[in-house]
Design a protein around this ligand. Structure first.
Ligand code: CTP
Length: 405
């Protein structure tokens, strides 16, 4: 279950090549349990057909304020009264200009003007050429649009359909979806600074080989997204994984446990909450080879000498700020057996108020997990669910505990 389940959106498309992304966005909204009513400007129909949008949304698309399907002939009123939000994606420069002048010469602009402004938020995902985006007129319009109460999403940067490169691309459907989820999330961590470690570490044996583990980083990244949705300022220290950096999250890339330790030590002073979700290698190779180790003629198998890595969580949890609960520390435990018993002991040995345990080998790499929360009063199971949904639950658990502390 996500924040978008049972939400109803009016998805407005205006003229722009990014209309192709609106198709994917519509699908993603439906997949997350929302319902979608598509309304298109005349310009949008030049880029994508209403047939496509009808098939994806499962509802006839509205194009005209004169649409006779509405018995009172007031589509501009009826369509928004049950909506949880109007989302304009893509929003062209022309449509934004229309919005802030209160113009109403087609169904979409008329509908935006006629929406109950206190009940139905207007969320705008701009999409245009970089020069149009950078033009003082557009920038002025964006400022005014925000001032008028619309939620204006960022634009992306990169290759544009016209061949130019720069700011103005519409955000990707996944990013818009995340922004919508954030919009509907209670800001339980507003003003909090959260530091999270995630993913595996990689300990070099020589320049081409190393020791690592099967952690995908998905749980730590899901937590970073959930904390950010809940209003926190999030820094994510991640081992080598190929996951997208969550929007609005600062990501620090590291390779080894030692680097993760140093990156954490540098930043933890500025954090209110520390969540150690990384699967840190316990040992590294003493004196890793500077050149690739060769087999050699006698085929002797190399003997690796291992030394212990610093325990990042234990070090942070025993710092003065953590001991006075000015810094709230949360640990993870990946076990392969006796989850409750081992996790209960691990919470005490790490010195953290809250430990989240899971059966590591079963869930590494998956999008779902089942968790066991362990604190001083006992344990609580969070049954099998998506890592995103579990992360929202964990945010609530952490927020409740820090408000008590
Ligand atoms: N952890 C850490 N630094 C380490 C090892 C672990 O910060 N060098 C953190 C992990 O991020 C996790 C918690 O400690 O939050 C427990 O990690 P886990 O791998 O389950 O346990 P270990 O401490 O490594 O103990 P063991 O391998 O004996 O189970």
């Amino acid at each position: 279950m996500t924040q978008l389940k049972n939400k109803h959106f009016v998805l407005g498309l205006t003229g722009g090549i990014a209309c192709y992304k609106a198709a994917e966005l519509c699908r993603a909204l439906m997949k997350d349990g929302a319902s979608v009513q598509v309304v298109m400007s005349e310009g949008a129909t030049q880029f994508i057909t209403p047939v496509t949008m009808q098939a994806l949304s499962g509802r006839p698309v509205f194009l005209s304020q004169w649409d006779a399907r509405e018995s009172n002939n007031m589509a501009h009123i009826n369509l928004t009264r049950e909506a949880d939000a109007i989302l304009i994606a893509p929003a062209s420069a022309e449509f934004v200009a229309k919005l802030l002048h209160g113009r109403a010469d087609d169904l979409l602009s008329l509908m935006c003007l006629a929406r109950p402004i206190d009940k139905v938020p207007l969320i705008v995902a701009p999409a245009m050429n970089k020069e149009m985006w950078g033009n003082p007129a557009t920038q002025r319009n964006m400022v005014q649009l925000k001032h008028d109460g619309a939620h204006v999403l960022d634009v992306g940067a990169g290759d544009q359909a016209c061949g130019e490169v720069g700011d103005g691309r519409m955000l990707e459907p996944e990013q818009i979806l995340e922004a919508l989820k954030a919009h509907f999330t209670e800001k339980l961590l507003e003003g909090r600074r959260v530091l999270i470690t995630a993913g595996p570490t990689y300990e070099a044996i020589d320049p081409v080989r190393g020791i690592t583990n099967l952690s995908s980083g998905k749980m730590g990244f899901a937590l970073a997204r959930a904390c950010s949705r809940a209003g926190a300022q999030v820094t994510l220290i991640s081992g080598p994984v190929s996951l997208e950096t969550p929007v609005g999250v600062e990501r620090i890339g590291v390779i080894s446990a030692q680097q993760m330790y140093e990156a954490t030590q540098e930043r933890v002073q500025n954090a209110d909450i520390f969540i150690a979700a990384a699967a840190v290698a316990d040992w590294r190779v003493h004196l890793a080879g500077e050149q690739k180790i060769k087999k050699g003629k006698d085929r002797t198998v190399p003997q690796l000498e291992l030394v212990e890595n610093p325990d990042i969580l234990k070090t942070v949890a025993s710092s003065p700020r953590a001991l006075t609960q000015e810094l709230y520390c949360v640990g993870f435990a990946a076990e392969s057996e006796n989850l409750e018993e081992l996790a209960t002991a691990k919470r005490v040995s790490k010195g953290v108020p809250l430990l989240i345990a899971n059966v590591g080998p079963q869930t590494f790499g998956l999008d779902e997990n089942a968790l066991l929360l362990v604190d001083e009063s006992g344990t609580r199971e969070l049954p099998w669910a998506s890592k995103d949904a579990l992360s929202d639950e964990l945010v609530k658990e952490i927020a409740t505990r820090i408000s008590r502390a």
